[in-house]
Ligand binder design. Sequence first.
Ligand code: FAD
Length: 386
Amino acid sequence: MTALDLLDLDPSLTEEERQIRDVVRRLVDDRVRPHVADWYEEGRVPARELAREFGKLGLLGMHLSGYGCAGASAVAYGLACQELEAADSGVRSLVSVQGSLAMYAIWRFGSEEQKQRWLPPMATGEAIGCFGLTEPDHGSDPASMATRARRDGDDWVLTGGKMWITNAPIADVAVIWARTDDGVRGFAVPMDTPGVTAREIRRKMSLRASLTGEIVLDDVRLPADAQLPEAVGLKAPLSCLTEARHGIVWGAVGAARDCLETTLAYATTRTQFGRPLAGFQLTQAKLADMAVELVKAQLLALHLGRLADAGRLRPEQVSVGKLNNVREALAIARQCRTILGANGVSGEYPVLRHANNLESVLTYEGTSEIHQLIIGQRLTGLSAFA
Ligand SMILES: Cc1cc2nc3c(=O)[nH]c(=O)nc-3n(C[C@H](O)[C@H](O)[C@H](O)COP(=O)(O)OP(=O)(O)OC[C@H]3O[C@@H](n4cnc5c(N)ncnc54)[C@H](O)[C@@H]3O)c2cc1C
C-alpha cells in the first residue's frame, strides 16, 4: 500500500476483501476517473450505463443475498464504496441509493412477488431505483411527512411530493414513504404510473455527477400489492438509512484518501522558494494531521464493518462513523485545497470537487447535527430533537 497506510491496515483485510477492493479500483480507474471531471462540470452522468457496468461486477445490492445479489460481507461492500467515492461521491451515491436504500427496502420489507419483480433487474442495473423520504418541507424530521396514502377499495391512492431524491430522474421504481391512517408505510411505485412525475433538480453546486430530482405524486393509484407488507412505521425507512450510512462511513474515507494522495504527489513536485512544498514544516504539519485523521477514519470504518458482519452494529454506532468520517473527510479536502494553491480550485484536480461533494454527504443521510443528537441521546438518555 501507499505511504498513507501509516498503521499497516492492509493486512487487516482478508485476501478476498483486498481482491474485491482492487477489482473495484480498477473499474473506477478505467471507467470513471478519466471522465468524471467532465461529468461534474456538465452536471451530467451516464448513470444507466454505469449501473449496468457496476451490475456486471455485482456491486448493486452487493451485501444482499439471493435474487441475483452478490451476498458479499459488509466490509467488502464498504471497501467498494470507498473505491467508488475515491473517484466521486456522486458515483458512490448511485450505488448506495440503488443497493442500500431502494433494493434493501424491497429485500427487507417487500413481498416475495415484489422481490422477484424488482431485485434481479436492479442487481444487473437494468432497472434503477430511488428512495423517497425527504419532502420539500420535511427533511431532518421525516415523522412530519405530508405525503399521504389512502385506501380506495383495495387500491392505494398516493398524494404528495418528495424532494432531493437521488436517481429520481432516471428511476424505474421509487420506494415511497407515505403516511396512512395506521402510520408510515412504504410503497414500490413504478415511475411510469399515471400521476407520477419526476423533475431534475439543476444548478447543484455539489454532487454534480449524480442525478437528483423532485417527485410529484398526484392521486397516484396503486394496487394493494404495491405496499411493502413488512414495513411498519418510521423505523422501516430509518433502518434503510442505517444501511446506507454504513456505506457512507467508508465512502468518505475514499474521498479523503484521494485528496491526500493527490496533495502528496503535488506537494512533493511543486517547488517554491527553491524547495518542494512538502519540505516546508507548515506543509508537513498539515499533511501529518490529515494522514492521522485519515487513518483514524479508516480504523473506524473497518471496526464498524466488522461489527456489521458480526450482526452487532447499532444505529448510533453508525452515527459515530457518519459524523466523524464525513466531517473529517470534508476538513481534509478543504485543507488539501490550500496546499494546491490556485490549482486547488481547478477541475483538473479532484480536490475541490471532493470538497463540494462532501457538502452534500454532510447533509444527506442525517445531517451532522442529527447524528450529534442521536449520539447525545445515547449518552444522556434524553431526546433533544424537538
Ligand atoms: C444531493 C442530495 C441528495 C439527496 N438524496 C436523497 C434521497 O435519495 N432520498 C431522500 O429521501 N433524501 C435525499 N436527500 C435529502 C437529505 O436527506 C436531506 O436534505 C437531509 O435529511 C436534511 O434535510 P433538509 O435539507 O430538509 O434540512 P433541514 O431538516 O431543514 O435542516 C436544516 C438545518 O437545520 C438543522 N436541524 C434540523 N433539525 C434540527 C434539530 N432538531 N436540532 C438541531 N439542528 C437541526 C440541520 O442539521 C441542518 O443543519 C438528498 C440531499 C441532497 C443534498
